[in-house]
Design a protein around this ligand. Structure first.
Ligand SMILES: N[C@@H](CCC(=O)N[C@@H](CS)C(=O)NCC(=O)O)C(=O)O
Length: 319
């Protein structure tokens, strides 16, 4: 495929017979089960370009997957800040074979380079790249390379580095709250965002119990916190709200039925449930959400015979 071709190219069909499932050789599996890999590209964008990547309109593109909560955080920030014309964003297909994320008819071609596979962006950045192919990916049109595939830095930079073009007054990471925001983000990551994956991936009964209790305890704490405030830090949506929401949106359809976390699901936390529905009314949250891509069932058999509590999926009733 040549760059700038007009004809869309697709990696169709999904072909697990030929390429196998996505995973083996690409993701880290050891005796403890699935391990979150290191995100190898972690460049940063700054308003003054001191990081090597200056914030400029039209220069950067984000590849996201609809199912991916990490990518959704980037998409929400982009929309809250009103940066849709400044940073382009497009979606990979929902399904994967051994070639990883790919461009197919359902979500459209790659508008940047006409790639068929997201791997091509990784290859262009590091020839022979053998690591995992994850979303989100932030791409620099000027260098023709990936800036970052780590959601944490991408969301932070979209929150702060593009203010010259953003909707005035949308402060997701104001200086004055930075410490509190970073602490809360870290708490959310450890106890909720990443913790839901640890429940599913637990390789002993004890690890399963402690990781599921960690999530339930955190949901209770957040529920209490939200008893007297609209958003996590008061009356205004801030970065931690963006961090939390994608996990809540997927909780009843995926994380809870797959992992067996809390019997009742999100509705057992009334303030948290009301908060999640409140956020869903905001276009930045609603328009970046596709519940149909979240549904997951527990695996028919568990490794290491860890017994998980059975939780039925709950269909969304968000409005
Ligand atoms: N913490 C990561 C999360 C990225 C991630 O896990 N993305 C998933 C989709 S939700 C993925 O593409 N996984 C494929 C892989 O890691 O091989 C980040 O920094 O962005």
């Amino acid at each position: 495929m040549t760059v700038d071709s007009d004809a869309p190219v697709f990696a169709s069909p999904v072909d697990i017979g030929t390429y196998g499932p996505y995973g083996p050789g690409r993701v880290v599996e050891d005796a403890r089960g699935w391990q979150r890999p290191r995100y190898p590209f972690q460049g940063r964008i700054t308003a003054d370009g001191s990081s090597g990547h200056r914030a400029e309109p039209g220069r950067y593109h984000v590849w996201a997957a609809w199912s991916c909560g990490w990518a959704q955080r980037v998409a929400i920030v982009r929309k809250l800040k009103g940066l849709e014309e400044v940073i382009t964003l497009s979606y990979v297909d929902d399904e994967r074979d051994g070639r990883g994320w790919a461009f197919r008819e359902r979500r459209g071609p790659d508008p940047v380079r006409g790639f068929r596979l997201l791997l091509e962006a990784y290859e262009a950045t590091e020839p022979g790249y053998a690591g995992h192919i994850s979303t989100p990916v932030l791409w620099d049109r000027r260098t023709g390379r990936i800036v970052s595939n780590h959601f944490d830095g991408i969301t932070a930079d979209l929150c702060t580095a593009f203010d010259a073009w953003a909707v005035p007054g949308v402060e997701l990471r104001p200086e004055s709250l930075r410490r509190e925001i970073d602490e809360l983000n870290a708490y959310l990551y450890e106890n909720v965002n990443d913790a839901v994956y640890r429940v599913d991936g637990a390789s002993t009964q004890a690890a399963y119990e402690s990781s599921r209790q960690r999530v339930c305890r955190a949901l209770e704490e957040l529920d209490t916190r939200l008893a007297d405030r609209r958003y996590l830090l008061g009356d205004v949506v801030r970065e931690p709200d963006v961090r939390l929401w994608p996990t809540l949106a997927r909780f009843d359809l995926a994380y809870n039925p797959v992992g067996g976390i809390c019997r009742g699901g999100l509705r057992d936390f009334p303030n948290l449930w009301a908060y999640a529905r409140d956020l869903y009314r905001l276009p930045a949250f609603r328009d970046t959400t596709d519940f149909d891509t979240y549904r997951m069932s527990p695996p028919p058999e568990r490794a290491d015979s860890v017994r998980h509590i059975a939780v039925d999926p709950v269909e969304p009733d968000w409005l």
